[in-house]
Design a protein around this ligand. Structure first.
Ligand code: URA
Ligand code: CA
Length: 433
């Protein structure tokens, strides 16, 4: 088999065989196909697309390019949740203990944040003592015993994806539905998921800027899941404004605690119930999404969800007193209000700009080696659709430096107040097989 023939076949719009796709992935991962051929091939896929069968084959070839996590020692159906990334997205911190409180096993492998979106691992590490570098046997044991454990991403999952993603980044081939869908699904499957719930974000803060693109990606991933034997569901949710009120690590932990206790921000609460219901159904712990939602509300209200979070924190070495005394979390020195310059309704809060402002305060990494300041960030007091009076605080900046004038200006520039405004719809669509 010659790579040049495979490139030509795809360039001319023909369907590749399983063997051809496997050949490319294996040989490229092993360094036997040069970047220039891989680049040409990716560009051919970009223009010619892939059939459903090709997408499934590409996904599984990338899964098989490295180690896979074997979760078969854990009883029950392991459901993983994946979000395409957003600003202030605290859902994993809430969902993991929440569904575990209903005996859904959650073996969560997560990453650190880069750019304007935060990482789940960073948020857990905000809790003093919390350890995410645990070994895989302990991780599996903990899930079997307590139903939930969190571990940092291990090095060698889907190495083909890692190498291809880096190449796509510099060859203008990131933005291709078959390539994105197979990339995301390969990592979830390599991490051992039996079933997958996808939260595909759309809007300014999201990877997919329009709802049509987000839907196309969601359908592509649900299809791949189905074709490779992993039950998969997806929702399309709004990321034009940040999720909840808090953006920043410790601030989001506190928001997650409130949400587990049943009094989180309305949008985060709703998103958690929507995604959580899908997880509970996929895990076979409820027959319908409605029944699942009722069960989730019950454990929020009877305290089982927050108890599960407390147990998780304690089991992973963290100080579980933060749950009842959130002031034990890292706190910023300065809390600076941003007063509204006029009265009216908030009509937009551009999520990615607010995410970047939080990153500039130190809440995120601009490059891989930056050190995160867990304490800092932004707490919104208003969301799109809310009324505000001139002089009333729009948000509070939590900072460890006093001079935040440039950040204030950036925040003013990313928030629009007008005569009239309506609340932003959160869940655009639910997509099932
Ligand atoms: N996220 C991924 O993991 N892969 C992509 O291709 C795009 C976004
Ligand atoms: Ca939030």
């Amino acid at each position: 088999m010659r790579m040049v023939d495979i490139i030509a076949k795809k360039r001319d719009g023909h369907e590749l065989t399983t063997a051809e796709i496997e050949f490319f992935v294996k040989q490229y991962t092993d360094g036997h196909i040069p970047d220039y051929q891989a680049s040409a091939f990716l560009m051919a896929i970009y223009f010619q697309n892939m059939t459903e069968r090709e997408r499934a084959d590409l996904t599984m070839a990338m899964v098989n390019s490295g180690e896979t996590v074997d979760l078969s020692a854990i009883e029950g159906i392991k459901v993983d949740k994946h979000s395409t990334g957003g600003v202030g997205d605290t859902t994993t911190l809430v969902l993991a203990p929440l569904v575990a409180a209903l005996d859904v096993p959650v073996a969560k492998m997560s990453g650190r944040g880069l750019g304007h979106t935060g990482g789940t691992i960073d948020k857990f590490e905000t809790i003093p003592g919390f350890k995410v570098e645990i070994d895989i046997e302990d991780f599996i044991q903990q899930v079997n015993r307590d139903k939930v454990a969190i571990i940092g991403q291990s090095g060698n999952l889907a190495p083909a994806d890692k190498k291809l993603y880096a190449l796509r980044d510099v060859t203008a081939t990131v933005n291709s539905i078959p390539l994105i869908a197979s990339s995301i699904m390969s990592k979830k499957i390599a991490a051992g998921a039996d079933a997958i719930v996808l939260d595909v974000k759309t809007g300014a803060g999201a990877f997919m800027k329009t709802q049509a693109e987000a839907e196309e990606l969601a359908h592509a991933m649900v299809k791949i899941g189905h074709n490779v034997g992993r039950r998969t569901m997806a929702i399309i949710s709004d990321m034009s404004q940040p999720l909840g009120y808090a953006v920043g690590n410790a601030l989001e932990v506190k928001e997650a605690i409130d949400t587990l206790k049943g009094h989180g921000p309305r949008d985060l609460h709703e998103l958690v119930l929507t995604l959580g219901s899908q997880m509970v159904v996929l895990a076979g712990k409820a027959a319908t999404l409605e029944q699942a939602r009722e069960k989730l509300l019950e454990v929020m209200h009877n305290g089982k969800a927050i108890e599960k979070f407390k147990e998780l924190v304690a089991k992973q070495g963290g100080d579980s007193r933060v749950i009842d005394e959130p002031e034990r979390l890292p706190q910023a020195t300065y809390q600076i209000a941003l007063p509204a310059k006029r009265s009216g309704f908030v009509t937009s809060m551009i999520a990615d700009e607010i995410g970047i402002a939080a990153m500039q305060l130190g809440a995120g990494r601009a490059t891989k080696d930056d050190v995160v300041d867990f304490a800092v960030g932004i707490v919104l007091h208003k969301k799109v659709g809310d009324a505000i009076a001139e002089g009333e605080s729009l948000l509070t900046i939590h900072s460890n430096r006093a001079d935040v004038d440039a950040i204030k200006q950036k925040l003013y520039d990313s928030i629009v107040i007008a005569e009239q405004g309506a609340a932003q719809q959160l869940i655009h669509k639910v997509i099932t097989e």
